[in-house]
Ligand binder design. Structure first.
Ligand code: MG
Length: 348
């Protein structure tokens, strides 16, 4: 009999296939702007944006953040990248019997602080305890609702001055040839910081997790106008995000390796560990697709925020096969394959 494996939750192609065959296929199809089977960052039901995340981070506290900060940021970001303003959060906390209450206070304190930082209150929740050994210390699930951003209609109005825009939300299916791809900052920091800290590799003195709520940065971007798609490159990293966009928007994306913001420490850590920095999860970054005519304005708006100060244009969308082409620094080209799963488990 086949069993669940770690890659079924690792954010790559294996998970996508598992979800469609064994999870989503059992649920009733709904009609809405963004239904379940579009497998986007959030769903849209009656113009309310709705999402949920489960968090199983090991260890609970790591350089640059903790499971509490991730649980608020990740959910706020999934709402925001649809073009919505998150308005309230719910959380379910499952604790292992025997866990130090000091740890509970520390993590809940961090959830509260992150919620205040992004201005999204936690308004309801549930707490359960399981026997020692039944779970690993703590699991947090967070859900959120959001409403259409006050800037979204104006944002699409600007975009549609230049081309017809298909969806009325910033979905994965909304890209068209000519669009420009922006990364909001350095990639790979979260995965490398967590892996290094957990395994004792020592890179964490230099590399900290990027975990942060991005609703403020995204609102600024939308206000400038011309954004058509956004996604937070969590599990599976940039490689997964871009490949999902290609298959859902039926386009080819070409990215310039030299333009992708990567810290030297992340590159050398990944070289040493034999993992690809473009396939590792991030928790405080957005990948943004916008019409070319507005790319300069969007980039400037994103860069004017603390979370987006290292943003960079990394590629363009073209007509072609549904694949990602990476232009290497020495001038060659290769296909950036969708990862089968994130190489670093339990980072979110
Ligand atoms: Mg997401």
């Amino acid at each position: 009999m086949s069993k669940v494996i770690m890659n079924h939750g690792a954010g790559g192609e294996i998970m996508q296939e598992f979800l469609s065959r064994h999870i989503v296929s059992h649920f009733q199809k709904s009609k809405s702007d963004v239904p379940l089977d579009s497998m986007d960052d959030s769903a849209v039901v009656d113009d309310i944006v709705f999402t949920i995340d489960g968090h199983t981070v090991n260890p609970l506290i790591f350089p640059g953040g903790d499971i509490g900060r991730i649980s608020v940021s990740g959910t706020v970001n999934d709402i925001s990248v649809m073009g919505a303003t998150p308005i309230a959060l719910a959380c379910s906390v499952i604790l292992e019997e025997g866990l130090d209450i000091e740890v509970v206070d520390k993590i809940m304190g961090s959830m509260g602080a992150t919620s205040r930082e992004c201005g999204v209150p936690i308004v309801t929740g549930d707490t359960k305890v399981m026997e020692t050994g039944a779970i690993d210390k703590m699991i947090i699930s967070t859900s959120a609702i959001g409403r259409r951003s006050e800037f979204l209609d104006g944002n699409f109005l600007t975009a549609s001055e230049y081309r017809k825009v298909k969806d009325r939300w910033c979905t994965d299916a909304n890209l068209a040839p000519g669009d420009v791809i922006i990364a909001s900052g350095y990639l790979g920091d979260h995965g490398v910081a967590l892996l290094s800290f957990r395994e004792g590799y020592g890179f964490e003195s230099e590399i900290h997790s990027d975990v942060a709520p991005l609703n403020g940065m995204i609102a600024k971007g939308l206000k400038s106008g011309g954004i058509v798609s956004m996604k937070d490159p969590t599990r599976g990293g940039l490689a997964n995000t871009l490949n999902e966009w290609c298959s859902k928007s039926h386009v080819e994306i070409e990215v310039e390796q030299a333009s992708i913001p990567l810290r030297d420490g992340v590159v050398s850590a990944c070289d040493l560990l034999g993992i690809d920095p473009l396939s590792i999860g991030n928790e405080g970054k957005a990948i943004i697709g916008c019409v070319p005519e507005m790319a300069g304005e969007v980039l400037a708006a994103v860069r004017s925020t603390p979370e987006g100060r290292d943003a960079s244009i990394i590629g363009i969308v073209r007509e072609g096969r549904e694949r990602v082409i990476l232009k290497t620094e020495v001038g060659g080209k290769r296909v950036l394959e969708p990862p089968s799963g994130d190489p670093v488990p339990r980072i979110c």
